[in-house]
Design a protein around this ligand. Structure first.
Ligand SMILES: NC(=O)C1=CN([C@@H]2O[C@H](COP(=O)(O)OP(=O)(O)OC[C@H]3O[C@@H](n4cnc5c(N)ncnc54)[C@H](O)[C@@H]3O)[C@@H](O)[C@H]2O)[C@@H](O)CC1
Ligand SMILES: [K+]
Length: 516
């Protein structure tokens, strides 16, 4: 994975990071003091001394962080009430030590005790949440949400209580925070839905865990960001020429459905492929040729003809699916592409054509395991292809579902959505949330397919290409803004690239304004 990528740690991995840090000489109570201080700082950044703060502390170390934050806020002049869920004498270890340093009253938690709070610190459960929330904890979570409805600001310690940090799932009920202060690195649950909708603004605080522990922990999931994209996108060599920048093939549907493939082909070019050829059924040649200037067109009639075309080593990536139609002809084209040695991107009809009976597809994919292959299903296509697999059905999160699918298909799987997950067959995974709501529009998926093919054609690895493409696609949508149609995405790519490789470059709108 690109080295600069931002790792996301499961709760188990985070526990290991804590343990390694403690074993190398930093006492746990120091980490807890730092964690509590980061929470107090987050409160004090937005609320003035004198504000009424209710800290809801739970029975574990998340509660311990709450005791530290309570003490530091009281020292800074906030009017702090500490509400404990559970009995003080059941606190253990660092949490007991943090509680002993709190000199104010420990009030048994009750929902009505939150009345009048300006700020609620949610220190009920963090990484240790391991079962559905019921009883008093549930009542306290509901009371915290009710307080937010009355205007209180809710700051969650590590995770909003009720959210599973590894999966993002709501375990019965969950706090909806205005801000979450987490430690060392984000967790998948901060980025996957529905967790992302509960955490509010995310602050990641340094609590003294050294980055060096990551070499031992070896987290398997990253958040795709600009650094990831920058490292994944092949940079053209000055001495290169169009042939050294790869040649992508996009397979077009018939005369009435060429638009999707044309969108993908243009995106492959804009992503930087040196050459792009639309492989078109003979009946669609005229319409495809008329509408594509920089894109080349070749008549390709059926699976055998596609196989012949791809035998030419100059073509190094092929994308198919958009606009192809569902059925046996598409299945044959897909199997022909997979039988060859080129990078293959399968989307839309290429996936749907195997719905309900994906064995042939899986067999062809397994045969080429190790070669670059990317499948880009949306949720519906995903469940039609993979929903019958036990490993997918039993997976606790979209992250694990996508990993299970990648293993089953022996391919990189990119499962689209507001939280797009990309998984490699070796368990590596990435989450992309760089996708504005207005990106969900007709043809946007075809463009994503084209960007992936364009990056693969230039030699990017399948996983890197898919994850970076998801980020670039979202960046292009952000660049265009609301009102976006799919055609705009490709046109925004030069501007996205300009800023990616030259962070000082002005946004396109500013440049268009020129000198005044
Ligand atoms: N040394 C460390 O490990 C550090 C941990 N930190 C904090 O510690 C937290 C993790 O602490 P813990 O592992 O003690 O876990 P938590 O404090 O998140 O919760 C564990 C406690 O909650 C109970 N519990 C779990 N689910 C429940 C449910 N549904 N209903 C009722 N009770 C439930 C458990 O029995 C246990 O008593 C992190 O989220 C972070 O806030 C920070 O202080 C930094 C250092
Ligand atoms: K919490």
């Amino acid at each position: 994975m690109p080295a600069a990528a931002s790792a996301l740690l499961t709760t188990v991995e985070m526990g290991e990071a804590d343990r390694l840090t403690i074993a190398s000489g930093t006492p746990g109570i120091v980490l807890m003091e730092n964690a509590g201080r980061a929470v107090a700082d987050a409160v004090a950044r937005r609320d003035p001394p004198g504000s009424r703060v209710a800290v809801v502390a739970g029975p574990g170390n998340n509660g311990g962080d709450g005791f530290v934050a309570a003490r530091l806020l009281a020292e800074r002049g906030f009017r702090v009430t500490l509400l404990l869920v559970g009995s003080p004498d059941r606190l253990k270890g660092d949490a007991a030590a943090a509680a002993a340093r709190w000199t104010g009253p420990v009030v048994p938690a009750a929902p009505e005790a939150l009345a009048g709070a300006h700020v609620v610190v949610d220190a009920l459960f963090g990484a240790g949440l391991d079962r559905p929330v019921e009883g008093l904890p549930r009542a306290m979570i509901e009371a915290m949400n009710a307080a937010a409805g009355q205007g209180a600001r809710v700051v969650a310690v590590d995770l909003p209580s009720g959210i599973n940090g590894t999966t993002g799932a709501v375990m019965g009920v969950a706090v909806t925070a205005e801000e979450s202060v987490t430690f060392f690195r984000g967790k998948p649950g901060h980025w996957l839905l529905p967790g992302r909708l509960h955490r509010g603004r995310l602050t990641v605080a340094d609590i003294g865990i050294p980055d060096a522990v990551l070499a031992t922990v070896r987290p398997r999931c990253v958040l795709v960001d600009a650094d990831f994209a920058r490292e994944a996108v092949p940079v053209p060599r000055l001495a290169g020429h169009k042939y050294s920048r790869g040649h992508a093939v996009v397979v077009s549907g018939g005369a009435s459905t060429t638009g999707a493939a044309r969108l993908a082909a243009r995106a492959a070019l804009r992503a930087g492929a040196g050459l792009v050829t639309l492989a078109s059924p003979p009946d669609a040649m005229a319409v495809v040729a008329a509408a594509s200037l920089a894109v080349m067109v070749r008549a390709v009639d059926g699976a055998a003809a596609l196989a012949d075309l791809l035998a030419d080593a100059r073509f190094n990536a092929v994308a198919l699916g958009p606009g192809l139609g569902v059925g046996a002809a598409t299945r044959d084209l897909v199997l022909a592409a997979l039988a060859g040695p080129r990078a293959v991107v399968l989307d839309a009809d290429a996936l749907t054509s195997f719905s309900g009976a994906p064995e042939d597809l899986f067999a062809a994919l397994r045969k080429r395991a190790g070669q670059a292959t990317v499948l880009t299903p949306h949720d519906g296509e995903f469940s039609r292809l993979f929903g019958h697999l036990d490993a997918v059905r039993e997976a606790p999160s979209k992250l694990d579902r996508t990993r299970a699918a990648a293993r089953a298909a022996a391919a990189v799987v990119l499962c689209k959505g507001a939280d797009t997950v990309i998984a490699d067959l070796d368990g590596r995974a990435a989450i992309n949330t760089n996708a504005p709501a207005h990106l969900a529009t007709a043809g946007a998926g075809d463009v994503l397919t084209g960007i992936i093919a364009g990056l693969c054609a230039q030699g990017a690895g399948a996983f890197e290409a898919a994850a970076a493409a998801a980020w670039l696609h979202g960046a292009a949508a952000t660049e265009v803004g609301p009102g976006l149609i799919a055609e705009d995405l490709s046109e925004a790519m030069p501007s996205v690239y300009a800023r990616l490789f030259d962070p000082l470059a002005a946004p396109r709108a500013a440049r268009a304004g020129g000198l005044r």
